[in-house]
Structure formats: C-alpha cells, structure tokens
Write a protein that binds this ligand. Structure first.
Ligand code: ME8
Length: 515
C-alpha cells in the first residue's frame, strides 16, 4: 500500500490552541483523512514545540516547573485536538528523549559535514518569533509580525553555513515546482533566494532550557533548529533506523505562511547538510482572522476553537473553515457569518435533505427501498461528476473546491426532489416504479455526498451513512464507496442533524478573549 506521511507545525505551548492554530490542524486532518479515504497508509504527525523561551517564561510566571507546565499543556492540546476530531497518528513533544536523540544526531552530522563554525552574534532577536532578525526586517524598530521591540542580543554562537546551500536550494526549487505550494509562497521564497542567503546562528548561549549542543554543551540548540528536526525524530531518526527508512521523506509539511522561510530554506539546507532526503512538499496556508482582526497569542485576540465546537460539535466548524476559506488564502471567522453558513449549508440544506429523504421513505415505503429496476436515474451522472471534481480538487489541496463539489451534489439532490415530487408520485399507484427510483436515487446521492464529506465532517458523515447507506456501510469508507450503487436498503430516521438557529444572534458571551 502506498504510504503518505504528513505533518503540521508543532505549536508553542505558552498558551492554549486558538482558532488559527486549530485551522491548521483541521485542514491537515482533512488531508490526512482524504489520503486514508484514497487508500494510502497514512502517518499524520503533530506535536508541541516546548523549548521556546516564551514557554519557559510562561511556566515561570505561573510558578511552575517548565517540564511540568509542558506536561499539563500537552494534555490540554491533546484534549482540544480530540474534541475537534483531529486524527493524528503520533504526537511528538520536543522534550522527549526520542527527539533529543534525533536532534543530537542531526547536529553531529552537520558538524561532521564541516557546516558549523563558531562565531559571535550581535543583533535583534524577536522572542515571539524565536528568530534572529536583521535591521531591514524591522518596521520602526519593531517586529512587523508581533509589533514588539526585539531584544538586542550579543553572544558567542555556533553558525550554520546556510549560504553554502544557496545554489542547491535554488536548483531544488527549479527542479521541483511542486515543492512549495501555493505559488504565491513559492514566489516569496524564490525572491528570498535571489537576494542571497547569510549563515545563521544555530545555538543560543547561556541557556539551559533546550537540547545541549553536542560539541558545546554550554549552549543549547537554537529552538527553530530543534523544532524542525521533530519531523525526522518522530519517525525514528537517531533511534529507530527501520522506522525512519519506512517513513522518511515526509510527503507533506502543512504550515502557516509566516514560517515558510524556516521550512523551505533552513530545514532543506539542514537536511542537505545531514545527507538526508528533502520532504516532497510544503503547503503554506493563510491566516484566519477573527472579525477582520489578526488573531495571535501574543496580540491577545484569540478565539477558542472549543467555543464553536461546544455549541455545535466539531463538524460545523470544520466545514466552515474548509469551505469558506480558499485553502492557501487568508480568511475570516465571525459568529454572524458562521451561524449564517450553519443555517444555509447544514440546517436548511444537508440536514433538511437527510430528514426529508428519511421521512418520505418512511411514509411511502415503510423505510425500505428496493433497487429500482429502471435505475440509475439522472442523479447518478451528477454524482459521478461531483466525485471526479472532488478528487481533482482534493489532490491539488483545493479543499474548499472539494467541499463545494460535494455540496453541488446535495443541491442537485434537493432540485431532483423538487422536480420529481415523490409526494405526488405516491398518490398514483400507476407510478410506483417512478417513486421507487426517485426515493432510491435521492438516498443514494446523499450517501455519495456523505462519503465525499467524510474527511471534512467525520462525525456527521458516518451518521448520515448509517441512516441512508444500508448494509455494507462502514465507519471508514473508501473513495470507491463514492461509486453509485443501485441497491436495496433500509433507511433509518433520526433526530435533525443540525437544528436551525432561529434568531441567529451574534456573539457569544466571550467573543474575543485575552490569552
Ligand atoms: O510557529 N491563522 O508555533 P505557533 C492560521 N512552534 N494559522 C495560524 C494562525 C492564524 N491566525 N496563528 C498561528 C510556531 N498559525 C512554531 C512552529 S514547526 C517546526 C515550529 C499557525 O504556535 C502558524 O502559522 O506560533 C504555525 O504554522 C502554527 O499555527 C503554530 O504556530
């Protein structure tokens, strides 16, 4: 079976997950579930980035031991991800021994390649970015991402000869246009490469919260070098060679657009230096704003993803984020818009369709459908087209188009019911075969749509399949299940999946919270 190894960024744990970090995990989860649906043996890695100064400071502020604090936060992160139905296969923490082994091995390999040297670093350092900055990166002396004044640091550091890899990186980008998508991110990095690369500091002096540099244990490995290596250490690098051979290189790193330089310049150069293959692809997604405002932990305007999940379950939030934001672009979340989409897409459209079909089958056929002798009818073609468009979109990470393709089938099914008017057919015993066909095909179209929506709405898709799928329905569908089935089945009635919100009120109690 073909394998697919994908990862997300690992999160700083100085505060809880917010809707922006959840957006990344949800969209990566949709890709992971789509790969499983498509028959890949999938390994989906997530984790926490713990060796940051911010994490250390936050623990100290709370009077906690940093490691105990990280243990607690790991629990909190895992709980949030579980509530959002994120199906990760592994969760790495950078304080784990397996990670330390991987970091130590990679730094040793880079040292052995002659790529590390001792030097002196003086310049601005943004602790929120955990990044050495250049004067030219600052706007009015501030970090443009966090709007804070960077620290000025002077320290003896170990440098990595990043400049040595400029030509090889350029060649890699030329040979592999798919390496960094979408195009807009690739162009940013190409411009950066054209501007020339400088060597970078790869250690921090005088700190002990981190992984000691193998050849100078008085320093720790710079947190970004440490963090990037998680993708390799999680699959055995430096510990379990067999596991590493099975999964490396990663097929896809899903990351935010603010950290493409780390993933598409520094990380590939580190891998080249250590003699390892590069990941096949990096996807740099856009940012989610909250009511038009930038949402970030350090700016203090965050929305807890669980607020939406607590009120409606995970699926409406997942659908909103996937369907309403073209993947790769920035997007916005507001309660007004969320509730509007909930009513339109779920309560009035898909949810209503599932209920109507079940009610009609119950009323006119006692819940039992036969395989219509005259079938399949015209919806079969619409379903085949939707499934094909969905596959093309999802393969190209156009997740929003994948969702839209499934909803085209749902819309067409609603229209089909309006046109065939099963309630009128039911009045005429002479049109019994037409009624069988209309009811069967409406139910079958809903089943196909549920298979396509499973990666996006895993909980409700399985429930819809249970209601309309009949025997042979599994809780883990495969893409082959999206093929039209002319088959007898029993339809199960149930509670409305998404009750309509009658007077959509704006916002919730808490709205934007201070982190
Ligand atoms: O950057 N919208 O961690 P992090 C969309 N530890 N994505 C967002 C977002 C928003 N409003 N805010 C943050 C780090 N993200 C490092 C990564 S990987 C080796 C180390 C994304 O907790 C952000 O772009 O600051 C990043 O991909 C992820 O959330 C974690 O951010």
């Amino acid at each position: 079976m073909a394998r697919y190894f994908l990862t997300t960024a690992i999160d700083y744990v100085n505060s809880r997950p917010h809707l922006g970090t959840a957006y990344e995990k949800i969209t990566a989860d949709v890709i992971a579930r789509y790969k499983r649906l498509s028959g890949f043996e999938t390994h989906f890695l997530m984790g926490n980035d713990e060796h940051s100064q911010n994490v250390y400071r936050r623990a100290r502020e709370l009077g906690e031991e940093p490691l105990a604090y990280c243990d607690r936060m790991a629990q909190e992160f895992r709980e949030v991800w579980a509530r959002l139905e994120i199906s990760f296969d592994d969760f790495i923490r950078t304080t784990e021994p397996r990670h330390r082994a991987g970091v130590t091995r990679m730094i040793e390999r880079m040292e052995a390649a002659g790529d590390l040297y001792e030097g002196f670093y003086e310049g601005p350092y943004c602790v929120s970015c955990e990044a050495f900055k250049q004067e030219k990166d600052l706007v009015d002396g501030l970090c443009p991402i966090h709007m804070t004044k960077p620290d000025w640091i002077r320290e003896k550091n170990h440098f990595f000869r990043l400049s040595k890899y400029q030509a090889r990186l350029q060649a890699h980008f030329d040979a592999h246009p798919e390496f960094l998508v979408p195009e807009v991110r690739r162009n940013e990095i190409l411009r950066l490469l054209e501007g020339g690369l400088e060597d970078i500091s790869i250690s921090r002096a005088g700190q002990h919260w981190g992984i000691p540099l193998p050849h100078d244990p008085s320093s720790v490995v710079y947190v970004w070098a440490d963090a990037l290596i998680n993708y390799a250490s999680a699959v055995g690098y430096g510990g379990d060679e067999q596991l590493f051979r099975a999964w490396w290189p990663a097929n896809l790193h899903v990351i935010g657009k603010d950290i493409t330089r780390f993933h598409c310049v520094i990380w590939p150069a580190m891998l080249m230096s250590a003699g390892l293959e590069l990941p096949r692809q990096v996807f740099g997604h856009g940012w989610v704003h909250f009511k038009g405002q930038k949402m970030s932990k350090s700016l203090g305007t965050v929305l807890e993803p669980l607020e939406a999940a607590d009120r409606f379950g995970p699926d409406p939030l997942r659908l909103y984020l996937v369907k309403e934001i073209p993947y790769g672009n920035d997007g916005d979340f507001s309660w007004e818009r969320f509730e509007e989409r909930y009513n339109v897409d779920l309560a009035n459209n898909l949810g209503n369709l599932v209920s109507r079909v079940a009610a009609m089958v119950d009323k006119y056929r006692n819940g039992v459908l036969v395989a219509p002798a005259a079938g399949p009818g015209r919806l079969a073609q619409v379903a085949a087209e939707a499934a094909a468009a969905y596959g093309t979109a999802m393969d190209g990470f156009a997740l929003h188009e994948g969702a839209a393709a499934a909803f085209r089938l749902i819309d067409a099914t609603n229209e089909y019911i309006a046109e065939t008017q099963p309630w009128a057919l039911a009045k005429d015993p002479g049109r019994s075969a037409e009624l069988d066909l209309a009811l069967h095909d409406a139910a079958e179209a809903v089943r196909v749509a549920a298979v396509l929506l499973q990666p996006i709405m895993p909980v409700s898709a399985v429930e819809i399949l249970r209601r309309v799928g009949g025997t042979g329905t599994t809780t883990e569908p495969r893409i082959a299940d999206a093929a039209w089935r002319n088959a007898a089945r029993t339809i199960i009635k149930g509670e409305p999946l998404w009750p309509r919100l009658e007077a959509p009120k704006s916002t919730p109690s808490q709205g934007a919270r201070q982190s």
